[in-house]
Ligand binder design. Structure first.
Ligand code: ADP
Ligand code: MG
Length: 326
């Protein structure tokens, strides 16, 4: 059974950045305002996330890494929201099957912090009382130590680290009220955004002033489609070899090949060949209209009214690009 769980977990968590994304979302769900991430060897050796959120009550610590353990489905209606988030109660369980996982956590009401280690979804050893701040620190060590095939398929720690940078940068831009810090263990900080910053300021911090000063705001509201879009795009970005495309649907960093195609086609008309743009779009849809589970290993999303939504998006972006190119 453990082998099956391990294979399943390796499918969901394909690389350190996938695990980190789940952990960041947990920290955000726990209302954290400051999130500090520390990495060794591109997250393969060591990936730690420290937040200042609600913490986990000690009497829940024995079950948090069991499959389908979630504190986020209290009501039947919540089941309808399940699509927004995809898997429920599977992130910690999955990670515990393919890494050494340690949780150190303290709720505001608790007198002290508690520390627990996990293996294959179960507690490993006793829960220990210890000193600690309010919030949760999750440490993932030796990711894929027991999944040889996955380990072989991975790129270098350097490449894994760039994926981690992209995920942290994306969440920092989207959640500009939350402070994010990313560093390699024992080294200087690579990325740091302040608490209560703004999207534009965080783009400046992460992608530089030449992009930040070019940002044009995108805003769409459509009640009939139950759609709202907020974002920023640039006219052109010569300084990056690749463009930047950050897409959040209902606050999850996702990929959508149809939106990607639409964005590319808009730019192909307005930009010189081989130049690239910065695109950040936060799209909010009725959760009932979103299906994130098209393919568990991809972060590809499908949604209803796709054609209409894409038409709106293209029209809005074209108008912006036209206004600054004329
Ligand atoms: P889900 O997020 O779908 O509920 P997870 O496996 O990601 O499932 O997390 C399981 C549970 O562990 C969460 O529902 C939450 O109660 C708790 N948890 C995980 N991470 C944190 C955190 N950083 N702060 C507070 N609680 C957390
Ligand atoms: Mg989660």
């Amino acid at each position: 059974e453990d082998v099956v769980n391990r294979i399943a977990a390796g499918e969901i968590v394909q690389r350190p950045a996938n695990a980190l994304k789940e952990l960041i979302e947990n920290s955000l769900d726990a209302k954290s305002t400051n999130i500090i991430i520390t990495v060794k060897a591109g997250g393969l050796k060591y990936l730690q996330i420290q937040d200042n959120g609600t913490g986990i009550r000690s009497d829940n610590l024995d079950i948090v890494c069991e499959r389908f353990t979630t504190s986020k489905l209290s009501q039947y209606e919540d089941l309808q929201e399940i699509n927004t988030y995809g898997f429920r109660g599977e992130a910690l369980a999955s990670i515990s099957h393919i890494a050494h996982l340690t949780i150190l956590t303290k709720t505001a009401a608790a007198k002290c912090a508690y520390k627990a280690s996990y293996e294959d979804g179960k507690l490993k050893g006793p829960i220990k009382a210890c000193a600690g701040n309010n919030g949760t620190q999750i440490t993932v060590e030796d990711l894929f130590y027991n999944v040889i095939a996955r380990k072989k398929a991975l790129r270098s720690p350097t490449e894994e680290y760039t994926h981690i940078m992209d995920v942290v940068g994306g969440y920092a831009i989207h959640n500009s009220h939350v402070g994010f810090t990313l560093k390699k263990f024992g080294e200087k900080t690579d990325l740091k955004t302040p608490i209560n910053s703004t999207v534009v300021e965080n783009v400046r911090i992460i992608h530089g002033n030449s992009i930040a000063r070019e940002l044009m705001e995108i805003e769409i509201k459509d009640d009939a489609l139950k759609l709202s879009v907020h974002g920023f795009i640039t006219n052109v970005n010569y300084s990056h070899k690749k463009g930047v495309m950050l897409l959040f649907i209902n606050h999850r960093l996702v990929d959508s090949s149809s939106i990607r195609k639409a964005v590319d086609s808009v730019y192909s008309t307005y930009l010189p060949k081989n130049s690239h743009a910065f695109v950040y779009l936060s799209i909010e849809l009725d959760p009932k209209n979103v299906d994130v589970n098209v393919h568990p290993t991809k972060h590809e999303v499908q949604f209803l009214y796709e054609e209409q939504i894409i038409e709106k998006l293209k029209a809005c972006m074209e108008a912006k690009l036209l206004s600054c190119n004329s």
